[in-house]
Ligand binder design. Structure first.
Ligand code: ADP
Length: 774
């Protein structure tokens, strides 16, 4: 007949689909029912308040009487609460409540919190006298305390079984549900303390230290099961690991640097010269806020490997950051820590990997940065690459500034066209052009072949690749500006030879199989050249008679298959309407055959070969110029009329059809090709040309002359028509290449046509013109 009077604070719930309500009440006091007045629709009764009365009437007296009992109760309660995890906010609050609440309220509150049966709870409710209530609750508290102690003991022994983490986590969760179990991972606590110590002893900047200490404070209060705990911890660990003040000492000596660069790379004089200048200035002036070097050139010309050599000469760590296809600025600058799975950007990650704050960072393929909805990574790079700003580079994840001014940045790109202007402006571009055939042969014999031999476990005593073979590979199996495909082909040859050598070893095990093969001289070569230390173990294998295996053209064909590229140039110019142009691509220069044909029609021009707008316009320009000059050059359509498009359609095609092309530099080639078509004369098959045209027939300068000239040289062409104003660019071309080619500078289309056709074009045309007049 005893109940609790309460004030309804909130009613939540609904009638649908089933009546379901939650009632939130605040208990006020106990009461006793004196008389039930009515039961329906809800019970109404006359009641009498039972407790909280004496508090006002004879509070003092009861306090004294109960003093000892309540003190005892309080102690137990404190003991119990302190066994729980104080970092859980609810426990901390409970601890405060114990001190703030009047003592006589404690039995009621604790009974509702600790693990008790309903029956026990009702008994406490029934105990009207305070004294009685204290007495009844104390055993419950003691029981709970004992239970907890037991649990801790068992857990300790479990931890010793090294199942620590597995054991802790589930228990944690239980203790959250009903604050009945404890926690307190001393281990973890130790870890956090260790971390704090590391933070204090690390040499991070003041600002970073402040942030870290704040975070560690938060970490200490945070229950481990919170996702944020792991995040914060990772963050702090990264902060400790970063090389705030750790650097390698530069050992810079220009002479040594020159030797390293020369040893590692053949040719590329201009690049090496600029790099040495840069290093020299560094030597003279410490902490140089130098320009950022950007090597621009076709793939496989050694941009990356020069970067690596620079790190080597400086004695610095090297780290390559590939930027190709990066389209999210947080790749550079990190994600804010509020995001799930956030992490630092590549710059900070790289610093963590190398562990020093002055590495050489190679930003590979800056021209292939993409833009997307996630922002522009190029813009993020601006801050990284600006020597005036990068001493306080702020990664979003770190959220504190990190000094990048000691990092030496080198960028590489295939073309400057796609590098955003602002970024380009911060870098010093050094062009790395493609190699000539002679250079490639030298590179192959000095660097690539020895490297491949070592990779495949071969020795020069086992395989010989003469220079003519290398030239064969370069001209017939590769067509590139760099040496990467050449390197791969050499690798393929080494693999094939490795099989032979391994078989040879096998054969050698049976001595009777030894046959005398070609070349006594090879044997001599072996005995002379073999290093003394290798004789003992490898000489035996190197000596089977057929060694060294000589790679000649037959062997090449066997290993690499039939040649992929022919010297096809002269063959393809055996009919009018074909001319050879020179194109520049990010992969180096290329020769391009422009083909034209005419047929009956209504004067339409068809262009194929994936042309860009500028190129299409060049084609229109060319046709217009030819039409306006048709009489002068005696150009006629199929029916002999000077109106070239009268009843005629023209089709221009630029192979290879699948490669997109654009740019104005094909102008002169189109004119020549059409002039050939309409005059019925053949263009000289050893001439290539490049140049932009205007309606007046002028030839304007174009870019990429060096790459184009090298491409023409590779293809075995002899004469190159270039715009007159591009003559100065020829100086950059190696003397021996220049010697093998004839350059025809042309200022107007007259000169182009004269040079492109045997015996000249315009002159002859004029003569015919006069003749016809007569
Ligand atoms: P890139 O970065 O320009 O695309 P890499 O630096 O990766 O090219 O070079 C490709 C390969 O060619 C490397 O193994 C490099 O050693 C070699 N290589 C390129 N140029 C030279 C050179 N001048 N001397 C020696 N090896 C070279």
């Amino acid at each position: 007949r005893i109940g609790t009077a309460a004030l309804a604070v909130q009613v939540v719930g609904s009638n649908w689909p089933k009546p379901h309500y939650t009632l939130l009440v605040t208990g006020l006091c106990r009461f006793q029912i004196l008389q039930l007045l009515k039961e329906k629709p809800y019970p109404v009764a006359e009641v009498q308040q039972l407790d909280r009365l004496e508090q006002f009437t004879n509070g003092h007296k009861s306090e004294e009487e109960l003093g000892e009992l309540s003190e005892q109760f309080y102690k137990y309660a404190v003991q119990l609460v302190e066994m729980l995890d104080m970092s859980v906010p609810a426990v901390a609050k409970l601890r405060r409540l114990l001190d703030n609440l009047p003592r006589e309220a404690l039995p009621d509150i604790l009974t509702s919190i600790i693990r008790t049966t309903n029956q026990e709870k009702l008994q406490i409710l029934d105990a009207v006298r305070l004294e009685e209530r204290f007495k009844m609750t104390i055993p419950l508290l003691v029981r709970q305390i004992e239970g907890l102690k037991l649990l801790q003991k068992t857990r300790k022994s479990k931890q010793d079984d090294d199942k620590r983490i597995v054991a802790i986590r589930p228990n944690r969760r239980i203790s959250h549900g009903s604050i009945t179990e404890d926690e307190e991972e001393e281990e973890d606590h130790d870890d956090v303390v260790m971390l704090e110590k590391k933070i204090r002893t690390s040499s991070m900047s003041e600002q970073a230290l402040k942030v870290c200490l704040k975070e560690i404070k938060r970490l200490k209060k945070m229950p481990q099961s919170m996702p944020e705990y792991a995040l914060t911890r990772n963050y702090l660990e990264l902060m400790v690991e970063l090389p705030w003040n750790k650097s390698t000492k530069d050992r810079l000596e220009i002479r040594a640097a020159r030797i390293v660069l020369d040893n590692d790379h053949y040719a590329m004089e201009k690049l090496k010269k600029r790099v040495l200048e840069y290093l020299a200035v560094r030597q003279l002036k410490n902490n140089l806020k130098g320009p950022i070097l950007c090597f621009v050139g076709p793939p496989g010309v050694g941009k990356t490997s020069v970067g690596r050599s620079i790190a080597k000469t400086l004695g610095r760590e090297f780290h390559r950051i590939a930027l190709g296809g990066v389209c999210d600025q947080s790749d550079i600058r990190g994600h804010r820590r509020t995001y799930v799975g956030s992490m630092p950007g590549r710059i900070i990650n790289g610093l963590k990997t190398v562990g020093v704050n002055n590495p050489v960072f190679l930003l590979d393929e800056v021209d292939k940065l993409a833009k997307s909805l996630q922002g522009d990574p190029a813009a993020a790079l601006l801050e990284v690459l600006d020597p005036e700003q990068n001493h306080s580079f702020t990664d979003h994840y770190l959220n504190v500034a990190f000094d990048l001014s000691q990092v030496l940045f080198i960028a590489t790109a295939n073309t400057t066209a796609t590098i955003p202007p602002a970024l380009l402006d911060r870098m010093e571009v050094i062009q790395v052009p493609g190699y000539t055939q002679e250079e490639k042969i030298e590179i192959a014999h000095r660097h690539l072949i020895p490297k491949q031999l070592e990779l495949h476990g071969l020795t020069p005593q086992q395989i010989q690749i003469p220079q003519v073979t290398t030239l064969g590979i370069i001209t017939r199996y590769t067509r590139e500006a760099g040496v990467r495909a050449l390197d791969r082909k050499l690798g393929a040859i080494c693999r094939a030879v490795a099989v032979k050598v391994a078989e040879g070893q096998h054969k050698e095990a049976k001595p009777d199989r030894a046959e005398v093969g070609e070349g006594e001289d090879c044997k001599e070569h072996v005995t002379e050249d073999a290093k003394p230390e290798s004789i003992s173990d490898t000489a035996d294998l190197a000596l089977p008679p057929e060694m060294p295996i000589l790679i000649d053209f037959h062997a090449l064909k066997d290993i690499l298959g039939p040649p992929m590229y022919d010297m096809e140039v002269s063959e393809r110019l055996n009919q009018p309407g074909v001319a050879i142009g020179l194109a520049w691509t990010p992969l180096g220069g290329e020769i391009m055959f422009v083909e034209a044909s005419r047929m009956d029609g209504e004067g339409q021009l068809t262009l194929t070969g994936q042309l860009g707008d500028v190129m299409k316009e060049s084609a229109h320009l060319a046709i217009s110029w030819l039409r306006s000059n048709a009489k002068r050059y005696q150009l006629t359509n199929a029916s002999g009329s000077f109106d070239l498009l009268d009843n005629t359609d023209i089709h221009l095609h630029f192979p290879a059809g699948a490669v997109t092309k654009d740019g104005p530099s094909a102008g002169v080639t189109i004119v020549t090709c059409l002039a050939s078509l309409f005059s019925g004369r053949l263009v000289c098959s050893d001439v290539a040309m490049t140049g932009e045209i205007t309606l007046r027939g002028l030839v304007l300068p174009v870019g990429g002359i060096k790459d184009k000239v090298l491409a023409a040289h590779r293809a075995g062409l002899k004469r190159i028509i270039i715009p007159q104003r591009n003559e100065k660019d020829l100086e950059e071309i190696a003397a021996h290449v220049r010697r093998e080619l004839t350059f025809v500078p042309a200022a107007c289309l007259d000169e182009v046509l004269n040079a492109a056709f045997d015996g000249g074009f315009a002159g002859k045309a004029r003569l015919e013109h006069l003749n016809s007049k007569l």
